[in-house]
Design a protein around this ligand. Structure first.
Ligand SMILES: Cc1ncc(COP(=O)(O)O)c(C=O)c1O
Length: 424
């Protein structure tokens, strides 16, 4: 187990003060902070190795190409991919999930085919399939959840039929925090030869994710949610599936040869990395990944279980708080969404900011999940390796103060209904 106080020393931004108070950053499900090691790596790249990759025979270009390729190797090791060539660098999870829906879906889906999604999907997983389904006249079905945020696996079994070609779902929900039973889903999907597309945005940064062990077919995740730079992410896919796909975005670097009437696509992963990629970002992401590997993903998970358990216990002291998702901290990640009775979630979030506490409020890009739960939004606290129980204590005290101020806050002239979530 690691010491979060030691880790904090690597994160300069955690010294920021907001309205005179040291910041408490509980918005990690949206994006995490970056350790000095990642910041220095990016700076070093631009100061010493900057050049475009794969296009020059000069020294800088060769150095940049080598660093960028090696970065793929680090990420492959992190998720236990068979080869670095199965690892495609993307801009984020959204990008990766769109690549699968368009590149695989447009080629393989036929009229009447079925795609099974879930009510707890992030829009990034749900919407690409909906668009591709409408283009191919395929049918979408949604697996329901229980009131406490578990997927209904018996419902999934009913929905998956011989017509099902795709099952897509989040490994962990960014709202209710539920960690889904991936192997069970794989078994259901593979029984009818459907492909399994896992949204790993909230899972890969927080727990061991081993693509071979899980038996999934595609996995997408975001680098910026795991200490890496913004504009980075990964799509991993089974090699035979990737090799069978034409790229969804085309242009420079995606090809081996082009004539006026033909094109030969490039080898993996370049076929899917169109144009000049985020070279410094990819190299920075590899550094972030090394940082996490050094800590050990089992330890990251254990730390977050402890923080989650502690938060659930402390929140249960407060009558007016409604928490969503599983009660058992072992069944969920470090994402805790809640509401305070009679107070709008945005009002709670804005008031917490006065205490220097950063949380996210809204529907977290999972509107159907909120409609299913019968709510218009939540306040979400989400943790990472540098968060501490001491910060949670301050958060609980702030919530108690806010509840004490309810009559004043309820008279607030601010109306929040029109503030829409833009990130999750
Ligand atoms: C479960 C889940 N999927 C997908 C995404 C999209 O990630 P990105 O915005 O990095 O593409 C998020 C982001 O919050 C998420 O939580």
């Amino acid at each position: 187990m690691f010491d979060p106080y030691e880790i904090r020393k690597d994160f300069p931004i955690l010294n920021r003060r907001i309205r005179g108070r040291q910041i408490i950053y509980f918005d990690n499900a949206a994006t995490t902070h970056k350790p000095i090691q990642v910041i220095e790596t990016i700076k070093n790249f631009y100061m010493n190795h900057n050049a475009n990759i794969h296009r020059g025979l000069h020294t800088l270009s060769q150095e940049a190409s080598e660093l960028y390729e090696k970065a793929h190797e680090v990420l492959a090791k992190f998720i236990n991919a068979y080869s670095w060539e199965e690892v495609i660098f993307t801009n984020n999870t959204t990008d990766g999930l769109n690549i699968v829906a368009y590149a695989w879906g447009l080629k393989h889906l036929r009229e009447g085919d079925e795609i099974v999604l879930t009510v707890m999907d992030h829009h990034s997983s749900m919407l690409p399939w909906r668009i591709v389904a409408s283009m191919k006249k395929a049918v979408i079905k949604y697996v329901d959840i229980t009131d406490d945020g578990y997927l209904k696996y018996d419902h999934m079994e009913e929905l998956v039929t011989e017509k099902t070609r795709v099952v897509a779902f989040p490994i962990m929900s960014n709202v209710v925090g539920t960690i889904n039973d991936v192997k069970r889903i794989v078994k259901i999907a593979h029984s009818v030869d459907a492909i399994v597309v896992a949204d790993g945005a909230q899972a890969v940064p927080h727990m061991p994710v081993d693509v071979r062990d899980l038996g999934i077919d595609f996995l997408a995740f975001s680098g910026h949610k795991m200490l890496g730079p913004t504009g980075t992410g990964v799509l991993w896919g089974r090699r035979d599936l990737l090799e069978d796909m034409a790229p969804f975005k085309v242009g420079g670097d995606t090809i081996k040869d082009v004539t006026l009437d033909d094109v030969i696509w490039h080898d993996l992963p370049w076929r899917f990395e169109a144009g000049t990629p985020n070279i410094a970002g990819g190299i920075g992401l590899a550094e972030a990944t090394k940082y996490l590997m050094k800590l050990g993903m089992e330890n990251v998970r254990a730390h977050e279980i402890e923080l989650t358990k502690y938060t659930l216990e402390r929140l249960s002291e407060i009558n007016d708080v409604v928490v969503y998702g599983p009660k058992n901290p072992l069944d969920r990640g470090g994402v805790i969404s809640f509401n305070i009775k009679d107070l709008h979630h945005h009002l709670v979030g804005k008031t917490l900011d006065l205490f220097g506490i950063a949380v996210r409020t809204g529907m977290h890009c999972a509107h159907p999940l909120h409609y299913r739960l019968g709510i218009k939004g939540t306040v979400r606290a989400s943790y990472y390796i540098y968060n501490t129980k001491e910060e949670i204590d301050q958060f609980i005290e702030a919530l108690k103060t806010i509840i004490g101020l309810k009559p004043v806050l309820m008279a607030s002239p601010e109306k929040f209904e029109d503030i829409i979530c833009t990130g999750g």
